[in-house]
Design a protein. Structure first.
Length: 211
């Protein structure tokens, strides 16, 4: 159970303080009942929360325009403790990343979103993450392409635990829209059309048996 204003902030509705104001204005309902007092708690997995009649869900795609001042890095945190654009955002939005960058002394408009895979996420995935009592890890990870809301990522796994790829990205607050396995061992999908099949070659069979 979490406080309603925290749930709304994590859902990207507004900052926690602004969410408190929205609640007091009677614009929020939980399971169809209007909540207009602070202190209410909700179960994010079972309760249905709406704002002005529209569903509010955690981990939704969030896009923010920010006017970056000079003297800030385009990142959430910095090992040398320099100021970052993350310092300018509500603490609940610490999963936002900049789309494109301005250098340290430059200023102006940048976009922030939680729908893009960044290098620090891939670093965590290849180092290993704990998820639902298991240690998950990718051997290799790289971004092939990315835009403001989606990224195409290639992963190499050693084991392949249950839903491992999806769970790796869930641990970083991201949702997998499409998952395609392109290789098992030395055997590649190649240009085999969807729904079609082929027999394995002798070298491919040997590689499987050797593994």
């Amino acid at each position: 159970m979490v406080r309603l204003q925290k749930f709304l902030a994590e859902a990207g509705v507004a900052s926690r303080r602004a969410s408190e104001k929205i609640i007091l204005e009677g614009r929020v309902a939980v399971n169809g009942r209007t909540v207009s007092e602070l202190g209410a708690k909700v179960d994010s997995t079972h309760d249905k929360v709406t704002v002005d009649g529209a569903p509010a869900r955690t981990k939704r795609k969030l896009y923010v325009a920010l006017n970056k001042p000079p003297g800030y890095l385009c990142s959430q945190r910095d090992e040398f403790k320099r100021r970052t654009v993350g310092n300018l955002l509500p603490k609940e939005w610490n999963n936002l990343y900049s789309v494109g960058r301005l250098d340290f002394e430059s200023e102006g408009l940048i976009f922030m979103t939680n729908g893009r895979v960044e290098s620090d996420m891939l670093d965590r995935i290849t180092r290993g993450v704990a998820h639902e009592g298991e240690n998950l890890k990718a051997e290799k990870a790289r971004v092939i392409s990315a835009n403001n809301s989606n990224s195409l990522v290639e992963l190499e796994l050693a084991e392949g635990k249950n839903r491992e790829v999806r769970r790796l990205f869930e641990s970083q607050g991201l949702e997998v829209n499409r998952l395609v396995r392109t290789q098992i061992g030395k055997i590649k999908l190649g240009e085999l059309p969807s729904g079609k099949w082929r027999t394995l070659t002798e070298p491919e069979i040997k590689s499987l048996l050797a593994g």
